[in-house]
Design a protein around this ligand. Structure first.
Ligand SMILES: [Zn+2]
Length: 436
């Protein structure tokens, strides 16, 4: 590494180098190269004389954390965060190797190209260019790259915030992944979506019990039948639509860009104008609960005594206290509902100084930029940071080609990032960090 001589070369180099370190997170506490990736970042910080710590529950699951003191102690600190890990790859479904970071069609191909080794590279390349000239931020800056984001962060963001809270004291905002990307509407208006909210997570296990017995006999207490009825009820259930501030602003802006008005009673009409973003934004209008795993039985002529299913539940901000009770009502009292993973929903204000700085940075690189908030249907490490009262924003700026279905690349096959988008992101991130 470090053959790069400027910001744009450096961001490409860092992105490729990081993709080539396989950091697959398999879940079940199994992961590969997070520590190697943390050590790679440590080398960059060393050349900049930035002190850092590599920390984790064991030597294999490392996060890296550093603090740049600010020049104005009266200002609150800010967190810049990324994650080191990536989701697994089904190699045979890819048209290119997933960990070689090959360049083809002016794009870098590989796992992590958009989630989120691109973002890590933007932050690191920007800091390199700034810090080597003696620049210091006004606000003190906590820089952290977490392990284990893709499995909920127990061994990454939750571990680090629990054991190293000092790094986050006095910080009021955090800037991380999945936001700041462009989305061009059918009429040519180019939106940039800053993530200001995210749904909460309730990964649930549903279990039914019944009478085990011979498959040839009458059995009115069949666990599989009970569970199936519950799953059908849950799948048929329509959760009520609730428009949160972040979603309302996005839909109002989208409507106005199309010369029409947003009607709160018919949000889907405007959501449909969002093209490839429709499936994400639709999911932020209401709670959702998707069955994702089933487990029952072991032999065709044996009725099992138990059956279970896993359901991926996501709830809107404000629904944390009622969501599980709602699920229990829908599936009925015969079914046991346990939340195996439960994490908060977030919503941060849009009209703030930090978003203003993001907007100015984007506008300097793309004068046509129209910046809007949105709610992520998934979750990020911002959830762990929220326990300090830190407001989370998603900002990994990318000016994307109109025909690229960006959100499908997340965890998808043939994950890739256009090099021009990556360079745009680095220039924008550089402007943003410089203003902090
Ligand atoms: Zn991610």
């Amino acid at each position: 590494m470090n053959n790069a001589t400027n910001l744009e070369e450096r961001v490409v180099q860092y992105c490729q180098d990081l993709i080539r370190i396989d950091t697959t997170n398999f879940g079940n506490n199994e992961s590969n190269g997070e520590t190697k990736a943390a050590e790679y970042i440590a080398e960059i910080l060393k050349t900049l004389n930035i002190e850092y710590q590599i920390v984790g529950p064991d030597k294999k699951r490392s996060s890296i954390i550093a603090r740049l003191p600010g020049t104005d102690n009266s200002l609150p600190g800010i967190v810049l965060h990324g994650h080191l890990d990536v989701v697994p790859v089904e190699e045979d479904k890819w048209s290119k190797p997933a960990f070689e970071a090959l360049i083809d069609q002016e794009m870098i191909w590989g796992r992590g190209a958009v989630d989120m080794k691109n973002g890590n590279a933007m932050i690191l390349a920007s800091l390199f260019e700034l810090v080597k000239t003696g620049w210091r931020p006004k606000r003190s800056l906590t820089l952290v790259f977490f392990a284990d984001e893709e499995a909920g962060g127990a061994l990454g963001s939750h571990f680090v915030t629990k054991n190293y809270p000092g790094y986050f004291q006095n910080c009021t905002e955090a800037v991380g992944e999945v936001g700041g990307f462009s989305h061009t509407l059918s009429n040519g208006v180019r939106l940039y979506l800053i993530e200001t909210a995210q749904k909460g997570i309730a990964w649930m296990k549903l279990s039914a019990t019944g009478n085990a017995g011979h498959g040839s006999m009458i059995n009115n207490e069949n666990a599989i039948a009970k569970l199936s009825r519950a799953i059908t009820n849950l799948s048929n259930h329509k959760f009520p639509i609730t428009i949160k501030d972040s979603v309302r602003s996005l839909l109002e802006e989208t409507a106005s860009a199309h010369g029409t008005k947003f009607d709160e009673k018919d949000p889907e009409k405007i959501v449909a104008l969002l093209g490839t973003l429709t499936k994400l934004v639709s999911a932020t209008l209401a709670n959702t609960a998707n069955p994702t795993m089933l487990n029952a039985g072991y032999k065709v002529n044996v009725i099992p005594g138990e059956a279970s299913a896993h359901v991926d539940g996501r709830f809107l901000p404000g629904n944390a206290d009622t969501f599980l009770a709602d699920i229990r009502n829908i599936v009925g009292q015969d079914i046991k509902v346990e939340a195996e993973t439960f994490d908060v929903a977030l919503e941060a204000p849009f009209y703030t100084n930090i978003v203003h700085l993001m907007t100015e940075s984007l506008a300097a690189e793309d004068p046509a930029a129209r910046v809007v908030p949105y709610m992520l249907s998934g979750g990020t490490d911002a959830k762990a940071l929220s326990k300090f009262g830190i407001k989370g924003y998603g900002f990994t700026p990318l000016l994307l080609p109109n025909d690229l279905d960006f959100t499908s690349l997340f965890h998808g096959h043939d994950e890739r990032v256009p090099i021009s988008s990556l360079k745009f992101g680095a220039r924008t991130m550089h402007r943003f960090i410089k203003a902090l």
